[in-house]
Design a protein around this ligand. Sequence first.
Ligand SMILES: NC(=O)c1ccc[n+]([C@@H]2O[C@H](COP(=O)([O-])OP(=O)(O)OC[C@H]3O[C@@H](n4cnc5c(N)ncnc54)[C@H](O)[C@@H]3O)[C@@H](O)[C@H]2O)c1
Length: 282
Amino acid sequence: MDKFEGRTAFITGGASGIGFAMARAFAAAGMKVAIADVEREALNAAVAKLKEGNADVLGICLDVRDRDAMEAAAATVTEAFGPVHVLCNNAGIGAGGPMHETTYGDWDWTLGVNLNGVVNGLQAFLPGMVAHGEGGHVVNTASMAGIAGFGGMGPYNASKFAVVGISEALAQDVAHANIGVSVLCPGFVKTNIFTSSRNRPADLPGREYTPSAEDEARLAEILETALSPEQVAEQVLEAVRQKQFWIFTHPQFAQVVEMKMQSMLAAFPPMPEGMEPIIPPN
Ligand SMILES: NC(=O)c1ccc[n+]([C@@H]2O[C@H](COP(=O)([O-])OP(=O)(O)OC[C@H]3O[C@@H](n4cnc5c(N)ncnc54)[C@H](O)[C@@H]3O)[C@@H](O)[C@H]2O)c1
């Protein structure tokens, strides 16, 4: 997408971290931005900060797990700002722990926000984006945990692998409408995700896993060298401009991907003579 000025972006989880930084980057590029978030106070503060930069901003307080609220948001944004061109399905939470200690509540919450939130964003906004015919871009926030499995992150891994798969299929589905797709796969970024439990609904079944003091100390150490959300947002803006599918932000994970791909390829039986490879379009 090469035209940003005067167009509209809708970003979930826009009150904090990567979502807020994306909102700021899109606004700086001349876009009208609508941000949605479940945290009302943080949302109001984010809207006020974005308005300081004279951006056209709309804040919508919702839970991305709520289908009706997402449908209503699509109507509200379109009424206020006109057709939506950039959809960022970004809201997410982290709930961890080894799988034998994970509760149904951890699974429900993680898949509800990180996976169903993306599904609801697509269901509510995509038909309108295809119908207006002006093209656009979808950015789905996954993670390096959407590419490789990491112990202690079962539900998170499941949700982010799903987001990567959805994005690969989506890119093929909407190419005809000149809608590009990117899947954002960051490593560690200095945001509020590590205090996600602030948003954990009280009605979930089972207690929340409490990380050990050792795990907390290791995380604090890793976070010292983590990227800033602004660095990630700049890469997102550029990827939308260039219609780039993969957004990888952390080169230190490239080797994990290489090792995984090599071990997958090595596990295939040899291709018999005369058999054709099956390659999806795009
Ligand atoms: N920070 C990292 O290290 C990292 C790494 C890889 C991927 N990610 C992904 O980046 C995305 C953004 O997270 P972040 O790191 O900026 O964290 P963050 O906590 O700073 O921001 C996430 C935002 O989502 C909102 N949110 C949470 N649940 C919601 C719900 N049910 N409905 C609506 N909004 C909700 C939060 O209130 C918050 O404002 C997430 O999808 C996360 O999984 C983050």
